[in-house]
Write a protein that binds this ligand. Sequence first.
Ligand SMILES: N[C@@H](CCC(=O)N[C@@H](CS)C(=O)NCC(=O)O)C(=O)O
Length: 199
Amino acid sequence: MRLYVTPTSPYARKVRIALIEKGLPCDIEQVDLRDPEHAAKEQNPLGKVPVLVANDGTAIYDSTVILQYLELMHPQPALFPVDAKERIHALRLEALADGIMDATIAWVMEHRRSKDCQDPALLHKQAGKVQSGLAYLQEKARTWTPATEAPLPLEQIAAAAAVGYVDLRAPELLVSCADLQRWYLALRSRPSLRETSPQ
Ligand SMILES: N[C@@H](CCC(=O)N[C@@H](CS)C(=O)NCC(=O)O)C(=O)O
């Protein structure tokens, strides 16, 4: 398998953490999204990463579909709960974590514009999404038992990728979530997080 990534993409990190937690070997290829001809474009018409190219040549995207694919093709060790209700709950938390990533990226892009071109209403709206999403994750994180062995469950993989990205690009949006920060710090020494750290 080959995975197209950028070093800081939180969606790609989610997949890379899952690959390591499952013990699956995969070639990681970095692309430069500024290059109009970057390699992932051939595989995904949207030109986005991550894209996984399976051993039979099938291109799989986006990150949520890649995780489903990995779980279906390599069920053990399982990242997804078996129980239907618990699975929907985990998938919903993954969607929430992805939404935090989306809103953080929108906030960062707006923040990078020159001050006089920034839209304060948009910054406020995206920051609000990030902060309410993180507050919800923090409530959940308080119920998570410290993960000492493999595998890390889907909801924590997604949460770690989201929190790691906010920590990297918009740490000021994380300051009010001390418990969530503590949870992330404790998890950061885990090989799957250490090896995929964007820092
Ligand atoms: N929903 C997608 C989002 C992927 C995404 O937006 N990736 C960003 C990198 S963090 C990207 O490739 N952006 C380039 C573009 O939009 O052209 C997923 O979960 O994989």
